[in-house]
Ligand binder design. Structure first.
Ligand code: C2O
Ligand code: CU
Ligand code: CU
Length: 477
């Protein structure tokens, strides 16, 4: 059997052949302003928050009209503001000619509302889940979770944000003018043909690596520019890419503070100059622009991707501070009350091995490589794990070869260790997705019911791996 090092160098070689190290230089004749997803306040929507899933005309590259998938818009979707303690009825209408689902990634809700592969919305149908929001302030998101088609449906444009509000941001004095000093950044990599149309190839190599595109977009635009107040700006960063990690920093190496991870605020801001963000992860940053100097956000090679398997140095976008706007200037000293994880409450420990080895790939047959967890490829009709509602467990996850971002539905967990060491401070808060270089342990409390006809998923969030079978199902009663 091929070992990890051999596989990694083989991937690096094919990646180097297939992926240019630099995206086509596109010197902006005119600047593209950063698009801001429309804010939908759930309270102001009357009966239900309506999302229409459809294919629409959309121009990604100026002068090249193309098509994309979007929720109630030409690409991506709105940012839905919901409040803790409220019930929000969603009305998701499928205007595609194929089935889709909408999964509320990061929400702690019962499994029959979760929008996983068992909840297919047929063409022409409307799905109306009522979501009871009961978790701390955080940035969650929603995306398709269609059986064997998640990668494709996300790639062609579906994805939106859910901003959970419990009043904490206001209490902490954080910037909170949406689109002005509280800005979502949805980062994705894509490929375009010479006519500016999205291209996606799901060949075996794409399945092995996960899709990696030549062009990085922020909120659906290439190299956009955001005018920001000359003070503190809150960036809600979501990596909505199919497979790629980003290693974010500013070209001038300025520091920033991480204030929140997937499931909400950290105990205190964590100062960093460089941040790795894996697919599906969210981090919220406070960046200080009071020096009134333009700043360029870039990605550099991340330590978890084989050389050549992703962008080397690429500029994502530019921030231009504008002194006429009012600005927040104080970084809070402390944020959420987060206790140290208490492993003494764990009822048991479970092990999961994420199989991406050559044997697994050969099982795949004509549909391409098969990925698996504990040697079993995903089967919608099989329940892999049975849990007791209210219990806490330690989940240990191992990656065989590549680093995989592991996600569990229906929970927010605490990371206990990564590769045998205590996680870095910005990974010590609530999370639903963790990048597993070789091994990670997490402490998970399962509070939500999951019935056999609507099990919860756990999976790798490299969407090609998920679609190829690196996913399992749990019930919880
Ligand atoms: Cu982001 Cu199973 O999902
Ligand atoms: Cu999820
Ligand atoms: Cu994976």
């Amino acid at each position: 059997m091929i070992n990890r090092r051999q596989l990694v160098s083989a991937l690096a070689a094919t990646a180097a052949a297939g992926f240019p190290c630099h995206s086509p230089a596109a010197p902006a004749a005119s600047e593209t302003p950063l698009p801001i997803p429309e804010l939908l306040d759930a309270r102001a929507q009357g009966n239900a928050v309506r999302l229409v899933a459809a294919k629409n005309p959309h121009t990604f590259l100026p002068g090249h009209p193309a098509q994309a998938y979007g929720y109630s818009g030409s690409v991506l979707g709105p940012a839905i503001r919901v409040r803790r303690g409220e019930e929000v009825e969603m009305a998701v209408e499928n205007k595609l000619d194929r089935g889709t689902t909408v999964h509320w990634h990061g929400l702690i809700i019962p499994s029959h509302l979760d929008g996983a592969p068992h909840d297919t919305i047929a063409p022409g149908q409307t799905w109306r889940p009522v979501l009871k929001i009961d978790q701390p302030e955080a940035t969650a998101w929603f995306h398709p979770h269609t059986h064997r088609e998640t990668a494709r449906q996300v790639y062609f444009g579906f994805g939106g944000l859910m901003l959970i509000d419990d009043g904490s941001g206001e209490r902490f004095g954080l910037p909170r003018s949406y689109g002005i000093d509280d800005i979502p950044l949805i980062i994705q990599d894509r490929n375009f043909d010479s006519n500016g149309r999205l291209t996606y190839d799901a060949g075996p190599m794409t399945v092995m690596h996960g899709f990696r595109g030549h062009t990085i977009m922020v909120n659906g635009a290439v190299a956009p520019v955001a005018k920001v107040p000359a003070g503190l700006v809150r960036l809600r960063v979501l990596n909505a890419s199919n497979a790629r990690n980003y290693n974010l920093s500013f070209v001038d190496q300025r520091n920033f503070h991480i204030i929140a991870s997937d499931g909400g605020y950290l105990a205190a801001p964590v100062k960093l100059a460089e941040l790795v963000i894996a697919p599906a992860e969210r981090f919220e940053l406070l960046v200080d622009f009071s020096d009134k100097t333009s700043a360029v956000l870039q990605t550099t090679p991340d330590p978890f991707t084989p050389a050549g398997g992703g962008a080397d140095f690429e500029r994502l976008m530019t921030f231009k501070p504008d002194e006429t706007k009012s600005a927040v200037t104080t970084i809070p000293k402390s944020l959420a009350a987060i206790e140290a994880p208490d492993t003494s409450k764990a009822a048991r420990r479970r092990n999961f091995v994420l199989n991406d080895h050559m044997m697994g790939m050969m099982m795949g047959g004509p549909r391409g490589p098969a990925m698996a967890i504990n040697s079993r490829s995903f089967d919608m009709g099989r329940v892999d794990v049975r849990l007791r509602q209210g219990e806490t467990e330690i989940w240990q996850v191992e990656s065989e070869m590549l680093a995989h971002p592991f996600h569990i539905h229906g929970v927010q967990f605490r990371v206990l260790s990564i590769d045998g060491r205590k996680p870095a401070p910005h990974l010590q808060g609530w999370k639903d997705t963790v990048l597993v270089p070789r091994a990670a342990e997490m402490l998970v409390r399962f509070t939500q019911q999951a019935t056999p006809d609507h099990p919860f998923m756990y999976h790798c969030h490299i969407l090609e791996h998920e679609d190829a079978g690196m996913m399992g199902q749990y019930v919880c009663a």
